[in-house]
Design a binder for this molecule. Structure first.
Ligand code: AKB
Length: 346
């Protein structure tokens, strides 16, 4: 039943670090439906030509979501809105509301939409390496890349929220209201990925704990000194943003029957902070990087695994990163970031 409502995919948190790239990439797809975005702030002006509708509002505002659900035919939801790991530790209860309540609100939109349309609604969810919790540094250093179901003991509110939302996704997709008589499946088709630290050449993360890597590169390109808030030996997995965006779209496009999990680990390369700094120094020889570890943030990255096993994603839906560490720095980060700040100076 269409009732002339505009067919769209909905992107929440559209102004965040993943949102802009996702919008531009979806827009280039030949069969791209309309794009409707929702963010607390108005969508950045330069992004407006790429979308068909933009709403400034809160995912906790259920009335707003009800209105949106009655005005649009939403075929898929990319639910990117979240408070990241460092921000969440400052206001854990607020983070819980945004990250968990917000996700349930969007899952409810997906159920309603699936019922209107008589077809499943895909719910694409970026989870995180933060769902893992390594007990100490020697275990972190000695274990092989962690698989999806190992070491699920997050030490942050954000990690706990993401892990719980993964379970909600599994529940809404496979077990929703299982005691009620004659209840059809919810129609939600939840698909999640656990991202490592994402590094973008164009957008800056805000409030994350993997932010030291992108911050180091962006500071060096602008000729600014940088105080890295983790020790040089601190190692975690990373991914260049174009791979992250492609992963979300490829997972959304994968045939349902190929998917054996509701959530998949993803990674591209693991580096220590010192290895990131070496690459930055090679590209920007005047860079001034010092290490001033912050106990809390250090503790968070120490609890994340040094590497993730993403073989399930590779086997089920053909996931493969294009950018290894060399390509990420040499072909994407360094040239794009250099050009970005040169343009600003000109
Ligand atoms: C964060 O640092 O909170 C995020 C993440 C790893 O999910 N970038």
């Amino acid at each position: 039943m269409s009732m002339n409502r505009q067919r769209v995919v909905l992107i929440t948190g559209a102004n965040g670090e993943v949102g802009h790239g996702l919008i531009k990439t979806l827009r280039q797809q030949p069969d791209c439906p309309g794009i409707l975005v929702l963010d607390l702030r108005n969508l950045d002006a330069e992004m407006m030509p790429y979308v068909d509708g933009s709403i400034a509002g809160d995912i906790l505002n259920e009335e707003l979501l009800d209105n949106l659900s009655s005005e649009y035919e939403i075929t898929a939801i990319y639910h990117l809105a979240a408070l990241l790991s460092t921000h969440s530790e400052f206001r854990p209860e607020v983070a819980h509301r945004v990250n968990v309540r917000g996700t349930i609100n969007l899952l409810k939109v997906a159920i309603e939409q699936a019922q209107f349309q008589g077809a499943p609604v895909k719910f694409i969810f970026p989870s995180s390496v933060a769902v893992f919790g390594m007990p100490n540094l020697s275990v972190k250093a000695s274990v092989p890349p962690v698989r999806e179901d190992e070491h699920l003991n997050p030490i942050t509110m954000y990690g706990a929220n993401k892990l719980y939302c993964e379970h909600l996704g599994r529940y809404y997709t496979h077990h929703y209201r299982q005691l009620a008589a004659n209840v059809a499946p919810s129609g939600v088709d939840f698909r999640g990925v656990r991202f490592p630290g994402l590094i973008s050449a164009t957008t800056m993360p805000s409030g994350g704990t993997s932010d030291y890597a992108p911050e180091m590169i962006h500071a060096a390109a602008q000729g600014k000194p940088y105080e890295c808030f983790v020790r040089p030996d601190t190692t975690m997995p990373f991914m260049a943003m174009p791979d992250g965006i492609r992963a979300l779209i490829e997972l959304a496009d994968a045939p349902r029957e190929a998917l054996t999990r509701t959530v998949y680990n993803l990674t591209a390369f693991s580096l220590s902070a010192a290895q990131v700094a070496e690459r930055v120094q090679r590209a920007f020889p005047a860079s001034d990087i010092r290490y001033v570890p912050s106990a809390g943030r250090q503790n968070i990255v120490d609890s994340w695994p040094a590497d993730m096993d993403d073989s399930a994603a590779r086997a089920d839906w053909g996931w493969q990163p294009v950018y290894d560490a060399d390509k990420a720095f040499d072909d994407y980060l360094v040239p794009t970031i250099r050009a970005k700040y040169r343009r600003r100076e000109a």
